[in-house]
Design a protein around this ligand. Structure first.
Ligand code: SF4
Ligand code: SF4
Ligand code: SF4
Length: 158
């Protein structure tokens, strides 16, 4: 399902509801109205997780490339009022692990746990089957480090 801002609809632009903006970004409709697409944030991003798919594109997060370290550089360099103060919570996103996880097929894999610095992913033993990954939502920062490590793209941050 697409989310449409009237102004962007008139410009013939829209974004997928799965699009993730940088941490501390304001609401999507205001963001796409106020962001000038100068891409200063993309250039400043220390991990390369923030991208612009073209010169006209709004910056967005691509967790297949990297994780977010919450360094705050994107917000600091931005000349437009599209970021909240970085001493406020970055976002409310957390990871979720889908059914395609290899452990559901009896294949042992703990790549995501190895990447998670906050220890938010634990493996729970279940009788007669392989251990299953369980996410502690309170510990997950939504950094996305686990996403790239998953060989079957079973993890999303939303
Ligand atoms: S907080 Fe840092 S790592 Fe995250 S998107 Fe912004 S510049 Fe990139
Ligand atoms: S998003 Fe970050 S904190 Fe959350 S489970 Fe993945 S690696 Fe851990
Ligand atoms: S990395 Fe992917 S396949 Fe491996 S345990 Fe984690 S969610 Fe499952």
């Amino acid at each position: 399902m697409a989310i449409l801002s009237r102004r962007n609809l008139l410009r013939g632009q829209w974004h997928r509801s799965s699009t993730i903006r940088a941490p501390w970004s304001i609401a999507e409709e205001q963001f796409t109205d106020l962001c000038s697409r100068c891409h200063a944030c993309v250039d400043a991003c220390e991990t390369g997780v923030l991208i612009a798919s073209s010169q006209q594109a709004f910056p967005e997060i691509d967790f297949q490339r990297a994780e977010c370290t919450f360094c705050g550089r994107c917000a600091e360099v931005c000349p437009e009022p599209v970021f909240r103060p970085i001493d406020t919570p970055a976002w409310q996103r957390v990871a979720s692990i889908g059914q395609s996880c290899l452990m559901n097929q009896g294949v042992t894999c703990r790549s995501c746990q190895d990447e998670c610095e906050t220890g938010a992913i634990k493996f729970q033993l279940r009788l007669g089957t392989t251990a299953q990954p369980v996410l502690d939502m309170a510990s997950c920062t939504g950094c996305g480090a686990c996403i790239r490590s998953c060989p079957v793209q079973a993890i999303r941050v939303s």
